[in-house]
Design a protein around this ligand. Structure first.
Ligand code: SF4
Ligand code: SF4
Length: 378
């Protein structure tokens, strides 16, 4: 039986966060399990250049609390790293680390912050779908990975939890290539589970103090949930998160894949909860969710039906021209290369769009809506 640890944590007061993170780590005897000479990677969710109060990225107080606990246990070789959305360069990393409050934490705690943009191919022949991934160097070098995710709904995958957070271990613009290769959610979920099996993080925490609902992972609304959760099983933790926010776990592609592979127990009764299950009004789901009925179509008919569905019924990104500042971040992150900047405004050509919503995710001014199309919009 796996364990999921829960604390009710209202706000980001550093003393409270440190005390609650200590509780979580203590419940798993985590620092006793990591040899002191280990190289530990802390992988927060630093999706984009947003301040901590914009509830898009992992709050720096959680990162700092984990570092303090590791250092207290004599673990000194600690690196914080992420490959956020968009280009992967030292200059862009600095801007994101600074804005997200991570630079200050690492400076104060005197731990390494990764600026290398090197990566290496990691092979795992046992994987189901993707047997080799390019992985950022600090994740390749780590003996132990701690995943600190942000609890958000997600326009494509439904949930941005601990397994999805690992997508940030794939360097820069290689990430959109995976959307292009696996446009169907089912396959995308299989790919994410393969990635998790390749990286095998030893522990995960979820920052659900200020969560995001609606059009996450960047355009949603604040949800004051007041919860931190943790587990050494990322799959069971994501399964638990689905129950917290009121989404059927089997609707979430990577959770479904982990249940089908027997990596997730798939039953809340089989998860031991340390702490109280929060009573939560269901989260507002992203506009794209709930219309993915392709999964209910017999497999043999999916291809032709998918064409019709994509043409007439799926949601699509829609640029709000008056808000677009012409920065080009959407075009940069579009795996289908179907966005052009014309007269300093983004324009989408929908024929090639694979509905991955990377553009929506990366727009710094939330100028891309998710529009639910119907037959009559065409
Ligand atoms: S236009 Fe947006 S949703 Fe469509 S493929 Fe490009 S990034 Fe994905
Ligand atoms: S839609 Fe957003 S990301 Fe794209 S160019 Fe306009 S402001 Fe930039």
């Amino acid at each position: 039986m796996s364990l999921v640890s829960i604390t009710h944590t209202a706000g980001y007061a550093p003393e409270q966060i440190l005390s609650d993170v200590r509780t979580h780590l203590g419940r798993f005897r985590l620092t006793e399990r990591i040899p002191a000479d280990s190289r530990v990677l802390i992988k927060p969710n630093l999706l984009m250049k947003r301040r901590p109060e914009e509830f898009t990225t992992t709050h720096p107080t959680l990162v700092e609390a984990v570092i303090i606990c590791l250092k207290e246990a004599g673990i000194k070789n600690i690196t914080v790293a992420d490959s956020p959305g968009g280009l992967y360069s030292a200059q862009l990393l600095k801007g994101i680390y600074d804005t997200c409050g991570i630079s200050e934490v690492c400076r104060r705690q005197q731990v390494a912050l990764n600026f290398s943009t090197d990566s290496r191919e990691i092979h795992r022949p046992e994987n189901h779908l993707v047997k080799s991934f390019p992985i950022i160097q600090p994740a390749c070098d780590a003996d132990f990975i701690i995943d600190i995710a942000k609890l958000k709904t997600h326009a494509m995958t439904g949930l941005s939890g601990t397994v999805k957070n690992l997508f940030g271990c794939i360097p820069g613009l290689t990430k959109p290539e995976y959307h292009w290769r696996f446009p169907e959610k089912e396959l995308f979920g299989e790919m994410l589970v393969d990635l998790c099996e390749t990286l095998r993080p030893g522990f995960a925490l979820v920052d659900g103090v200020q969560a995001m609902e609606g059009n996450g992972p960047s355009g949603g609304e604040l949800r004051e949930l007041g919860m931190i959760a943790a587990s050494d099983s990322l799959y069971d933790l994501d399964f638990f998160l689905c129950h917290v926010i009121g989404i059927d776990p089997m609707e979430i592609c990577m959770v479904k894949s982990s249940v089908e592979r027997g990596l997730c127990c798939g039953d809340l009764d089989k998860i031991e909860l340390a702490g109280e299950m929060p009573r939560v009004r269901p989260f507002v789901i992203p506009q794209d969710k709930g219309i993915d009925f392709i999964g209910h179509v017999p497999k043999a008919l999916r291809k032709p039906v998918k064409g019709i569905v994509n043409r007439f019924f799926t949601s699509r990104p829609a640029i709000r021209k008056k808000d677009c500042i012409g920065c080009g971040k959407c075009a940069e992150s579009c795996p289908a290369k179907t966005i052009a900047i014309q007269n300093r405004k983004a324009v989408i050509s929908y024929q090639r769009c694979i509905h991955c919503f990377c553009c929506h995710e990366m727009c710094p001014v939330k100028a891309i809506d998710i529009k639910r199309t119907t037959l009559f919009d065409h």
